[in-house]
Design a binder for this molecule. Sequence first.
Ligand code: GUN
Length: 283
Amino acid sequence: MTLIDGKQLAKKIRKSLKEKVDREQIKPKLVVIWCGNNEASRVYDRIKSKACEEVGVKFEEYHFGENISETELIDFIYKLNNEESINGILVQYPIPKQISLQKIANAIDKNKDVDGFNPYNIGLLDSNCPVFTPCTPLGIMKMFEEYKIDLTGKKVVIIGRSNVVGKPMAECMLNANATVTICHSKTKNLKEELLKADVIISSAGKRNIVTADMVREGTVVIDVGTNRDENGKLCGDVDFENVKKKASYITPNPGGVGPMTVAMLLNNVIKAYEIQNGIINYD
Ligand code: GUN
């Protein structure tokens, strides 16, 4: 069994991004918006801000109350779209329930859409010519690249169908020539599906949804979920201690996918800067 060390790989990627920022003498800028009192959003915000500082990306955050209206938030995004010094815009999920996720994704300028949630960018990924790929799936693809795990013809089973992980993950895997199944809360027999998998990617957000009896010997297991155990400690979706005995490769959680997501956000902000300044061109 090989442990996929996302923490170490993310560090290596941040180092190479910093070298790029220094070499090109650029100063990309990310704006993060978060609303309400979600404790996790506050924590993620701090992690992102630290990572930006390390790499030399300017970071600005705006925090709104739980009661912000949809028009107020969209008008604010439009203002950021028109601000030339801002290269990337990210609205942290979850957002208050009176606000449509879709309208927010639509509002963000496609060239500043570092989350890759705007329908234009989703369409590009779907057409296998991606510009901004959502950060978590992109980070997972980098792990496969780093560990030289070939996906051609492999059976990949994804748990979760969100626009943040499950669906874009499936697109990435199709683009890498895998055979893809997406399971979700209405799937009839999850164990039966998982036992067919060469690769399992769990983004259910449910502790111990993947146990050792559901995993074939030699499977690659990627754990995206963020949960807490009975002692309040962070954990993933996978029963790590037992599943690792059967897996060929497995991500720890924490220390696996999470740091890669943040590294890919930095990657996308720098890419946004390069697109906006004509350093790279996708037209
Ligand atoms: N909340 C959890 N993951 C993400 C993400 O990748 N992007 C945003 N905007 N919010 C999130």
